[in-house]
Structure formats: C-alpha cells, structure tokens
Write a protein that binds this ligand. Structure first.
Ligand SMILES: [Zn+2]
Ligand SMILES: [Zn+2]
Length: 227
C-alpha cells in the first residue's frame, strides 16, 4: 500500500466503497470505445483514417467510452486535481486483451518512436486550473511506452468553453488557436503522437495536427483517454 493511500484513502467513484477509485464490482460499468476515422468519425476497425478520407491525422486511438464511470473519473480528475485517477484509467485499460487487435496500427505507429505532444490549454486556463489533463495523460503514456514528451504547441487563442456550442462555432473558434511553441526546435520530429483527454468533435486535435504537419511532421496520430 502506498503511503498516500493512508493520507488520501481512495473511494469508488460509483458506490463509495473504500479502497480503489473503482471497485471491482463497478468496473463492469467501464466500456472500451470503438475506433473511428479521425476525419469522418465513422467506424474504422483500427482507428486509421479511411483511404478515401483526407486529413492531417493518420489515425486515432480512443480508450474509454466517455460515459458512465470513465466519465466520472475524468471529471473527478479535472475538478479535484487527483491525477492518479487518470493513471487508473490508463493502467486498467486492456491494451493487450482479445479485442486488443484494434490497436494493431497504433502499436505499429509506436514503433516509429513518436514524440508525444499534449494538446495545450491556453496559459490563462492552465493557471486557473493549475494543470493540464492532456499533459498528465501524455506523461503516463510516455512512461508506459518509454517515449519522450515535448510541448511543441502553444494555445494562442482562448477559445473558452466549447460545451454547448454548435459544431460550426467550434470549428471557427479553433481556427488559428494553436501555434508551434517558440522553443520548438527547427526540426519537427517525423512522427508525433498527439494526446488529449477527451474527443468531442475532434476540432481541437485536427487543428493541432494541421499546425504540426505544416511545421514538418510527416505523420501525426491522435490518442484520447475517452470519446
Ligand atoms: Zn464501486
Ligand atoms: Zn473516414
């Protein structure tokens, strides 16, 4: 047992039982998400972009369905600052299960040793919240696959809350929202794994991928904790 477990004992977010963020019984309420094409958002077996779809994201890997318990956990991390909740979501994800074949292309992509880039928050928002969930997910994935995280992007436009906005409004708000960081090396890595916590319309990841591709990246693959 971790010393932190004594100081901040964990409770199941669903039933309140002490011990874990999700007790064994409640874990049945966590669903793995199906993979989609990052351009048209229709099903795609391995999360790769359809041959007939155009776009800057090569593929997309979604872990959990953004509902039920996974949603409760992500919300908890966001508002309580308990990052280890996110760790629970990643370490309990069955990457190598029977259904794990949906990650075939994702794993192939990982073999290129991509640099992991988190989707940045606007500095003002990050200051308000104290942390960026995407950065935490990025470092957890980096640890898992022995990869390196680099903050290659900055958010130059404060797009505000996107919840409740129409699709067109979101797309418009995202345009020009990101730039390459000033401390970005002249040479952008060939392959980049772009990481965020949640995929809603995909406007954010697509916009980030566009900036990275324009900067010289050859392939950008997205990964989100939930969709
Ligand atoms: Zn429970
Ligand atoms: Zn498609």
């Amino acid at each position: 047992m971790d010393i932190l477990d004594l100081v901040f004992p964990k409770r199941c977010v669903n039933c309140g039982r002490w011990g874990e963020y999700v007790c064994e019984e409640c874990q049945v309420g966590m669903w793995e998400e199906e993979q989609i094409c990052p351009t048209c958002c229709r099903n795609s077996r391995y999360g790769e972009r359809h041959k007939y779809c155009r776009g800057e994201l090569e593929g997309l890997t979604c872990l959990w369905a953004y509902e039920g318990i996974a949603r409760k956990l992500i919300t908890k991390a966001k508002y309580s600052g308990q990052f280890d909740v996110l760790e629970f979501l990643i370490s309990n994800f069955p990457f190598d299960s029977a259904q794990g074949e949906q990650f075939f292309y994702f794993k192939k992509f990982l073999e290129t040793n991509p640099i992991i880039v988190p989707v940045p928050l606007h500095p003002k928002r990050e200051k308000e919240r104290g942390f960026n969930q995407a950065t935490i997910v990025a470092s957890l994935i980096a640890n898992r696959y022995s990869l390196v995280v680099k903050n290659l992007l900055t958010r130059v436009k404060d797009t505000g809350r996107q919840v409740g906005k129409k699709r067109e409004e979101r797309l418009k708000a995202m345009s020009g929202a990101f730039e390459l960081s000033r401390d970005t090396p002249y040479v952008i890595p060939n392959t980049i794994l772009l990481v965020d916590d949640v995929w809603t319309t995909g406007a954010t990841l697509r916009e980030c991928a566009k900036v990275l591709r324009r900067g010289g990246a050859k392939q950008v693959w997205g990964l989100v904790l939930a969709r």
